[in-house]
Design a protein around this ligand. Structure first.
Ligand SMILES: Nc1ncnc2c1ncn2[C@@H]1O[C@H](COP(=O)(O)OP(=O)(O)OP(=O)(O)O)[C@@H](O)[C@H]1O
Ligand SMILES: [Mg+2]
Length: 261
C-alpha cells in the first residue's frame, strides 16, 4: 500500500499537523495507518497527546528494527484506533550509518516494505532538514505532499525544496500535491503569496495538484496543546470554539478526500 509523505525544507509550516491529521482521517475510515516519525523531535506524538510514549521506554525506537531483534508490533504506539506511531532516536547517526554501510540501506528498504505489507497506509513525517535517511525515505514515497507556508519565507521553502530534489536527483514527479498553509481570506499577504505560488507550481511542479489552502486557525494550536486532534470526537468548551473546530475539520476533510488515496 502507498507511502505518503509531507515534506518542505522550511520548518513550522504544518507538515506534522497535516500528516498526523491525514493519518487520523484515514484511520477513522477503518484503514490501519502507520506514521513513521523521520523527525527525531517526534512532535507527531505531542499532537495526539501521547508524548509520554517517547520517554517512558528507550528500547522501542525505529532504529531497533535494524537489529532484527524486535518486531514492528513491539515498537509502535497505538495513538488512536487503527493509528500507530513509530519514533526515531537519532536520525543523524542513522544517516551516517546509511551513508557508510550499503547493507543498512538495503535493510531500511526491507523494513519499509514490511510496513507496507502490514498497514493499509504508511505515512512519513519529515523534519525540514535533509539527510541520507530523508533522501532514501523520500525516494521510497509514492506521493509527496509539499507543504508551503503562505508568506515570503514559505515561498522560499518551496523553491529550496525543488532545488533539493534536483540536487539529490529525487523524482520531482513524485511530488503529487502542493498544500498551502497559513491562509486567511481577507489578509493581503497570504493571498499575494498564494498567487505567486500558483505561478511557481505551474513552472516547477506542473504535474502536482495545488490543493485549496488550509486556513490559519488558532483552534488548531489550542487543541494540539491539549493533545486533542481535530478528528477526535471532542466537545469544545463553547459554541464559538466548536464552530472554528468544525470549520477547520471540514476544510481538511475536503482536501484529504481530494487527494485520491
Ligand atoms: N491550520 C493551522 N492553523 C493554525 N496553526 C496551525 C495550523 N496547522 C499547524 N499549526 C501550528 O503551527 C505550528 C507548526 O506546525 P507543525 O509542527 O505541524 O509544522 P512542521 O512543518 O511539522 O514543523 P517542523 O518543521 O518543526 O517539523 C504548530 O504550533 C501547530 O500547532
Ligand atoms: Mg514537523
Amino acid at each position: 500500500m502507498p507511502i505518503i509523505s509531507t515534506y518542505c525544507k522550511k520548518g513550522g509550516v504544518g507538515k506534522t499537523t497535516l500528516i498526523g491529521y491525514l493519518a487520523h482521517y484515514l484511520a477513522n475510515q477503518g484503514n490501519t495507518v502507520l506514521v513513521l516519525s523521520a523527525d527525531d523531535q517526534n512532535s507527531i506524538f505531542k499532537i495526539f497527546g501521547v508524548e509520554k510514549f517517547i520517554y517512558e521506554r528507550n528500547d522501542n525506537y525505529f532504529e531497533y528494527l535494524f537489529t532484527g531483534q524486535v518486531d514492528p508490533k513491539d515498537i509502535v504506539c497505538e495513538a488512536r484506533i487503527n493509528m500507530y506511531l513509530i519514533k526515531t532516536l537519532n536520525t543523524d547517526r542513522l544517516s551516517l550509518t546509511l551513508t557508510l554501510e550499503r547493507a543498512q540501506e538495503r535493510r531500511l528498504r526491507a523494513i519499509i516494505d514490511d510496513f507496507k505489507d502490514r498497514f493499509d497506509y504508511v505515512l512519513i513525517d519529515f523534519p525540514p532538514s535533509s539527510s541520507r535517511l530523508t533522501e532514501i525515505l523520500l525516494d521510497l514515497s509514492d506521493k509527496i505532499m509539499v507543504v508551503v507556508g503562505l508568506d515570503t519565507l514559505g515561498l522560499d521553502g518551496y523553491i529550496n525544496t525543488i532545488q533539493y530534489f534536483v540536487d539529490v536527483e529525487l523524482e520531482i514527479n513524485n511530488i503529487s500535491h502542493v498544500i498551502p498553509t497559513g491562509y486567511h481570506p481577507i489578509k493581503i499577504a497570504p493571498n499575494e503569496a498564494l498567487k505567486k505560488l500558483k505561478e511557481q507550481v505551474k513552472i516547477y511542479t506542473p504535474n502536482a495538484i495545488l490543493t485549496p489552502p488550509i486556513s490559519d486557525k488558532s483552534v488548531v494550536k489550542n487543541l494540539q496543546s491539549e493533545g486533542v486532534s481535530v478528528f477526535d470526537d471532542y466537545q469544545m468548551p463553547s459554541a464559538f470554539h466548536q464552530k472554528n473546530r468544525d470549520a477547520i475539520k471540514k476544510e481538511l476533510t475536503s482536501v484529504f478526500s481530494s487527494l485520491g488515496l
